[in-house]
Each structure stands twice: as structure tokens, then as C-alpha cells.
Design a protein around this ligand. Structure first.
Ligand code: PHE
Length: 461
């Protein structure tokens, strides 16, 4: 959307497509299987779905309520729409956008390499694990990270919203068809069943953990998995950093925000679950458990080319098509990340869109270089961004909307079909903040323990 005269989405579909474009991306297809593999399979999936309903949907509604009522960019909306000064939350959003895009672009760069290299013979000559090790960190990774940041910045400078709408309209159905096809293909491979068990049958022993409080041992929900699942909920739905807020600031007052939220989150979750249905059977059918375990961050990238390779002549074409679509999906998400940063920089410093987007894009590129040199650093940045920054953003957003914003339930009620506004306000006030606070503390503790383990002598990588 151009920032000069504040327009509105031409159609309701336009808004939904842009929001789906932001939500569906690497978060669904790279991060969801990666976190599932890292956090213990089905238990993680189960908690993600639970959190989607009690945290994700209410927080998305909260962002929509702020955006639509203020019709302003996040920084301005928070600085102006209440007596208290909530501007620092706007800065947190910008910081988060910076951080996420810096490594997101590195992964999108891998995607671009996978796409291009399926045109050559490298996938015939090398295992995808060897290939992944070679291209995921180093000069080539930096180079492709630069290309992706250049593309994203170019699009944000040009402001081609119509392009996004059109791209998403074609892209999402194609992506779904391809993933569904892959899932069916995977189903027919020997050994697929173990993959389904790992992916879909939650294990109570993993869900519950004993915490020692002095001499006591208290069983409780496994907070580490829960905090990872919450991080995933925010990441995949583009919540907690103002992206959804920005897009909804162009909405008209008659829209049914709850309906939009349901549509967007259903699409997003559907794509992620489908990606898992393709990937986990393949991991087991192709004996990739160990390789994936060594580099969970590469789960997607190690798994799929192995499967495509066995499909004969069409395999590399499908590899190309798959990574091309993933690249587009990453672009529509990257654009929404850079848009938040850019619109806030414009508001803050009053500079032109060109300058704001280009300097931000360049700074983000530089910030991402360490992640392009070291995948361990990339995972760390991803943990910090999702489990701390996004959750903190979500926590502050819900406190603001629940306790400080004037008449949020009335704003939500405009255009609403089902009257869920009191239920929503109850969740945003009494459930979301304490749960997010607890998970933030868990995330903080978990991260500090990881860093401690790495620093102590005898740490194995
Ligand atoms: N939701 C996007 C994805 O799943 C990533 C994203 C996060 C985009 C936060 C915007 C804001 O790939």
C-alpha cells in the first residue's frame, strides 16, 4: 500500500491474500518440520494446535483491532492511540523485523540455490546432505542472501501490492497441490508409517516433565516444548511484530475480523500440516533420521531432494518447481517484514520510501552475514527472535489491547458475525498475558542454559 494517501484494500480478498502471503512462507515449510524434528514430534504439533486457538487467534485479532481502529503504521498507532506512551513497542517491532529478516533471507537464499542447482547435475552427483553442508554457510550463502535481500528491497521500493495479490492467488493453490501430491507419494513409500507415528501420535511422557523445586519434584507441562510451540505460532502467523497490524490498517470498518482471522490461520496451519505429512514419512522411508538429527535446521533441505531424485526424469523438474514456489512464498513474507521496518522508519525520520527501504535492506543484509556463515548462529538468532522477541511483542500487545486501549471489544464488534468479543477480551486480558509471560521466562531460561552449555568445557558443539 502506498503511504502517501492511505488507501484501502480494493477488495476483502486483497487483504486476505496479502495476509496469507505474509503468513505462509518458510515458517510453514522450513521451520515447522524443523521445530517438530527438534522438539520431539507429535507433542510439539499437538501443543502448536492448542496454542493456535488460545493464543494465536486472539493475538491476531488484537493486531487487527489496533490496525483497523488506528489506520496507522505500528509506530504511530502505538505512539498516538492512547494516553500512555506505548511507542517502545513500535521499536520492538522494528528490532524484531530486522532480526527475523536478517536470517530469513539467508534461508530464502538456500531456497534459491536449491532451485537453480536443480537445473545442473549436482543433485545427481551428491547427496542432498553433502550439498546442504556445502551451500548453507559460506560465501555462496552470503551471495544468495544478498540476492534475496535485493529482490525484497526492490519490491518494497516499488510498492507492488497488486503483484503480491496476484502472486499469492496462483502460488498458494500450486503449493498446496504440490505438497499434497508429495504427501500422497510419500504415503506409498515403505517405512512411511513410522514417520506418521513420530509426527502425529503425541507421547504423554514428552508432554509432561518433572521440575525440581528444592526437594520436591513437580510434574508439569513440558514448558520447553510449549515455549517452542508458542514461538512457532507467532512466527508462522506473522504475529508479535506488527506485520498483521500494518496490513489491517488498510481495512475498512465493515470487515468481519474474526472471519478473516479464521481463514488466514486455517490456510497457514493447513500448509504447515501438509508439509509435515510430506516430510516425515520421507525422512523415515529414506533412512534420513540420523542425518536430519545432525542438522535439524536442514530438515526440509536434506529430505526433499532425496525424494525427488528417486522420481526419475521429472524429479529434478519437481525439485525446481517446489523450491521456486517456496522462494515466492518466502518473498511475500519477506516483503511484509521489510514493510513494517520501512513504514516505521519513514514515520520516524520522515525520509522517502526509497531511502528508507534501501538503507534498511542494506543494514538487514549486513546483520544477516553471521547467519550466512554459520548455521548454529542462524538457529540461535531464530530462537532469540521467535521465543523471545515475538513472544515479548505478543505479551505487550495483549497487555496494551486488553488493559490500556479504549473500547477494543467495540472495535472488534464492528462487522462481526458471531459475537465472540467478550470471550476474546477475556482471553486477551486474563489468559494470553500470563501464559506468554511464563513462556517468555521459560524461553529466557532455556536460552541462557544453552549458552551456558556451549561455554562450559567439554561442550560437544
Ligand atoms: N510468517 C512468515 C513465515 O511463516 C514469517 C514472518 C514472521 C513474516 C513474522 C512476518 C512476520 O514464513
Amino acid at each position: 500500500m502506498s503511504d502517501v494517501s492511505r488507501g484501502q484494500w480494493n477488495t476483502r480478498l486483497g487483504f486476505i491474500l496479502a495476509a496469507v502471503g505474509s503468513a505462509v512462507g518458510l515458517g510453514n515449510i522450513w521451520r515447522f518440520p524443523y521445530m517438530t524434528a527438534e522438539s520431539g514430534g507429535a507433542s510439539f504439533v499437538f501443543l502448536y494446535v492448542v496454542l493456535l486457538f488460545i493464543i494465536g487467534i486472539p493475538v491476531m485479532l488484537a493486531e487487527f483491532v489496533i490496525g483497523r481502529s488506528s489506520q496507522l503504521s505500528p509506530v504511530q498507532a502505538l505512539a498516538q492511540s492512547s494516553q500512555r506512551n506505548w511507542a517502545p513497542l513500535g521499536f520492538l517491532f522494528v528490532l524484531t523485523g530486522f532480526t527475523i529478516l536478517s536470517y530469513y533471507s539467508v534461508i530464502a537464499g538456500w531456497t534459491l540455490q536449491y532451485m537453480m542447482d536443480s537445473l545442473g547435475t549436482v543433485f545427481q552427483d551428491h547427496s542432498s546432505e553433502q550439498y546442504f553442508q556445502a551451500i548453507s554457510a559460506g560465501n555462496r550463502a552470503i551471495f544468495f542472501h544478498l540476492i534475496f535481500m535485493g529482490l525484497t528491497t526492490g519490491i518494497v521500493v516499488a510498492g507492488v501490492e497488486n503483484g503480491i495479490e496476484r502472486a499469492v492467488k496462483v502460488l498458494i493453490p500450486l503449493l498446496v497441490v504440490l505438497l499434497a501430491g508429495l504427501a500422497v507419494w510419500a504415503y506409498r513409500q515403505d517405512g512411511a508409517v513410522e514417520g506418521y507415528t513420530y509426527y502425529l501420535a503425541p507421547d504423554v511422557n514428552k508432554l509432561i516433565k518433572s521440575y525440581s523445586l528444592g526437594p520436591l519434584s513437580v510434574p508439569f507441562l513440558n514448558l520447553e516444548i510449549l515455549s517452542d510451540a508458542a514461538g512457532q505460532t507467532f512466527f508462522t502467523l506473522s504475529l508479535g511484530m506488527g506485520a498483521m497490524l500494518t496490513y489491517s490498517s488498510y481495512l475498512s470498518k465493515q470487515e468481519d475480523l474474526f472471519e478473516e482471522t479464521l481463514i488466514i490461520s486455517a490456510f497457514d496451519t493447513g500448509v504447515a500440516l501438509l508439509a509435515g505429512l510430506a516430510i516425515f514419512p520421507i525422512i523415515h522411508a529414506f533412512n534420513l533420521v540420523e542425518k536430519v538429527g545432525e542438522s535439524t535446521v536442514g530438515t526440509l533441505f536434506i529430505t526433499l531432494p532425496e525424494a525427488f531424485r528417486t522420481m526419475g526424469g521429472w524429479g529434478m523438474f519437481l525439485n525446481f518447481a517446489f523450491f521456486a514456489m517456496l522462494l515466492l512464498a518466502a518473498l511475500t513474507s519477506g516483503i511484509s517484514l521489510l514493510e513494517v521496518v520501512t513504514s516505521s522508519v519513514i514515520d520516524e525520520y520522515g525520509i522517502s520510501r526509497n531511502v528508507a527501504a534501501t538503507t534498511s535492506g542494506l543494514a538487514i543484509f549486513l546483520l544477516g552475514v553471521p547467519a550466512a556463515l554459520n548455521t548454529a548462529w542462524l538457529s540461535l538468532a531464530d530462537k532469540i527472535a521467535s521465543n523471545l522477541l515475538l513472544l515479548l511483542g505478543g505479551f505487550m500487545l495483549s497487555v496494551y489491547v486488553g488493559w490500556y486501549m479504549s473500547a477494543p471489544a467495540e472495535e472488534l464488534r464492528r462487522g462481526l458475525g458471531w459475537n465472540i468479543s467478550s470471550l476474546w477480551l477475556g482471553l486477551i486480558r486474563y489468559v494470553v498475558p500470563p501464559v506468554l509471560f511464563l513462556l517468555l521466562m521459560t524461553g529466557f531460561w532455556g536460552l541462557s542454559q544453552d549458552l551456558l552449555a556451549q561455554a562450559l568445557p567439554g561442550a560437544g558443539g
